[in-house]
Design a protein around this ligand. Structure first.
Ligand code: PBG
Length: 333
């Protein structure tokens, strides 16, 4: 045998030399759930180790993460029912605690990067990412609301906005709205290929944001989120988002869509982000809690595989634990 691939695997030192993919905490974004109030830290039952937190606890969390070298956060608000309406107007209301919290975070930690969520679902009485009229999710009317949210978020100090709504034309509409008001440096991480997936369950529990039941309300998000059977269509979305001015292209979920991550990586120059979503993380946590998998081994392997597929940025609920592992600190959950 002239070729013996095992020669390059025979010691740790040689394996280090031949390692093709390196994942560091620099690539990770940590999602945090926020709630209005004081002293709140409620665990999300379907996503153990993750909490709905009020501002002081969010600040504490961010401080701890920054010390671990984890500097980027995507923030999601849980909104009380009294603030929900048909058009999601609380999303840009001056009293909105989410916007106030962004200002506080950036005042305290100017060097961190905070990413927003642009979509109506936390604020919408129907639980949809857009305005529901006559049983349908209205595209163009929703764009006007998304732009108002985007401007309010840019004003509040978010570094990057994350339109997760999947309306047509939203990246251009938001980019134009931001530029007209002088927010030329506020970035956009487009949820480019966001699939109508069954893996968002724990997230919707955390925010109480699932589509509401009603005869005139679509029961799922299939008229705007992508069909899990489709791949070519991801190229159309990516072309549009690129042309419309996105700074990052995101694929969501991540693990069941590694082929899509790879496809976009090979066809586009923009950095590719992958959202390792709540249901994907919950599955792994559950298996580890049952003693069926070892968290310290399965978790980093999972993140590495997403990176290897082509995602330069990974949004994951495991970001903090990964950061601890890199520093050889114990994980306590
Ligand atoms: C809402 C939004 C969702 C997620 C991020 N933004 C849920 C949805 O589309 O219903 C899911 C994230 C996760 O499951 O971790 N626009």
């Amino acid at each position: 045998m002239l070729r013996r691939p095992r020669r390059n695997r025979q010691s740790q030192a040689i394996r280090n030399l031949t390692t093709e993919t390196h994942l560091s905490v620099d690539h990770l974004i940590y999602p945090l759930f926020m709630i209005d109030g004081k002293g709140i830290k409620d665990e999300v039952a379907s996503l153990p180790g993750n909490f709905r937190m009020s501002i002081e606890n969010i600040l504490k969390e961010i401080e701890e993460c920054m010390l671990l070298g984890l500097k980027s956060f995507i923030l999601f608000p849980a909104i009380e029912d009294q603030h929900k309406d048909k058009i999601g107007s609380y999303g840009y209301h001056p009293d909105n605690f989410y916007l106030k919290a962004a200002r506080t975070i950036k005042d305290k930690f100017p060097e961190c990067c905070i990413i927003s969520d642009v979509a109506l679902d936390p604020y919408n009485i129907d639980g949809h990412d857009g305005i529901v009229r006559d049983g349908k999710v209205e595209n163009d009317e929703t764009l006007i609301q998304l732009c108002k949210m985007a401007i309010a978020q840019a004003e509040a100090g978010f570094d990057i906005l994350g339109p997760s709504d999947m309306m047509d034309g939203r990246i251009q509409a938001i980019r134009d709205a931001l530029d007209q008001r002088g927010f030329k440096n506020t970035g956009i991480m487009a949820y480019t290929a966001k699939y109508a997936s069954a893996f968002y369950g724990p997230f919707r529990d955390a925010l109480d944001s699932a589509p509401v039941e009603g005869s005139d309300i679509p029961k799922d998000k299939k008229t705007y989120q992508m069909n899990p059977a489709n791949k070519q269509e991801a190229l159309i979305e990516a072309e549009l988002d690129t042309a419309e001015g996105a700074d990052f292209l995101m694929v969501k979920p991540a693990l069941n869509y590694l082929d899509i991550i790879h496809l976009l990586k090979n066809n586009f120059e923009l950095p590719i982000a992958a959202y390792h979503v709540s249901g994907e993380c919950a599955m792994l946590i559950a298996a580890c809690q049952n003693g069926w998998l070892k968290y310290e081994e399965a978790m980093p392997e999972t993140l590495l595989s997403i990176h290897r597929a082509g995602a330069s940025v990974i949004l994951t609920y495991f970001a903090k634990d990964f950061a601890k592992m890199q520093l050889n600190l114990p994980i306590t959950n």
